[in-house]
Design a protein around this ligand. Structure first.
Ligand SMILES: C[S@@+](CC[C@H](N)C(=O)[O-])C[C@H]1O[C@@H](n2cnc3c(N)ncnc32)[C@H](O)[C@@H]1O
Length: 263
């Protein structure tokens, strides 16, 4: 199966063609089981995800990572432990989501379940540090209190390069109608993810030339990120129209890269 290409078809079938232990990272932004899209109509999202986890654990290299996107309950009541280790449940917090709930608290986040096959082989913290604005303000306040000024306590040490992004990601916003990277208005909300979100995942859990699989590749956000930061990529997508959009997107990135090399 060719790499640096999106293959058209059903991910659940196509993945069987990949060899064991061949993929470094899987970015899985597939069905959530909540929207009106035909492809999103899944009877039981938890068991669907368990089946995916089983398939993914075969193709991941030891130590390889899976980031599985979904709603807050997408891995509830299933036993994934024989296949992969759940390292963290990351909350992708979107405060701007319209709070329209009337009989319950409105859901304001997506879950990104971060698994690895055994112990993680790659976690590039330095590549994903974020500014520590809150802590710096806190430090300024603390260092002015008498006990610190009189030297009773050592000054707190902070990494000037920034902090670990933690497990609540509120600093990356969902795309809006005004986002420059939005390919078409019809892709907003249910399809296209922001490149910054995928970039954090790819930078943290893979290295240059590693192989990244996106089994539900949509309009190719993961592929675009891989192309920009030099990862190998393999994608599956059922909708041929989305594959053409991806191919155009990748061509443009390649042209921009070549142009910047020669200018
Ligand atoms: C949420 S979108 C992914 C969007 C992608 N992350 C992006 O930013 O472009 C999910 C995609 O999975 C595709 N899809 C759904 N079921 C599929 C299946 N069984 N096999 C392959 N692709 C599938 C849909 O057509 C849709 O494009």
């Amino acid at each position: 199966m060719n790499i640096n290409q999106v293959h058209q078809g059903d991910a659940l079938q196509l993945i069987k063609k990949l060899p064991d232990n061949s993929v470094d990272l899987i970015v899985c932004d597939g069905p959530y089981g909540v929207t009106a899209n035909a492809w999103d109509k899944v009877l039981d999202i938890q068991h669907y995800n368990l089946h995916l986890i089983q398939l993914f654990s075969r193709v991941l290299k030891p130590g390889g990572a899976l980031y599985l996107f979904g709603k807050d309950n997408c891995i509830d009541f299933i036993d994934y432990r024989p296949y992969l280790n759940l390292n963290r449940k990351i909350i992708w917090y979107q405060p701007s989501r319209l709070a329209q709930g009337r009989i319950n608290y409105t859901n304001n986040y997506d879950l990104i379940a971060y698994f690895t096959k055994g112990k993680a082989k790659t976690y590039n913290l330095d590549a994903i540090r974020i500014p520590q604005l809150v802590e710096l303000e806190h430090r300024l306040r603390c260092e002015k209190v008498p006990s610190v000024l009189k030297g009773q306590y050592g000054k707190t040490k902070f990494n000037d390069e920034g902090k670990n992004p933690g497990d609540v990601w509120g600093d990356i916003k969902q795309l809006t109608y005004n986002s420059k990277e939005l390919i078409s208005r019809s892709l907003l909300n249910t399809i296209q993810k922001p490149e910054r979100l995928i970039e954090r995942i790819v930078k943290a859990s893979s290295n240059e030339n590693d192989l990244v699989l996106d089994p539900f590749s949509g309009v190719g956000t993961t592929f675009a990120v891989c192309q920009k930061i030099d990862r190998q990529f393999i994608g599956f997508e059922i909708n041929p129209e989305f594959i053409s959009i991806t191919e155009n997107r990748i061509k443009k990135i390649q042209q921009e890269k070549e142009y910047s090399l020669f200018s």
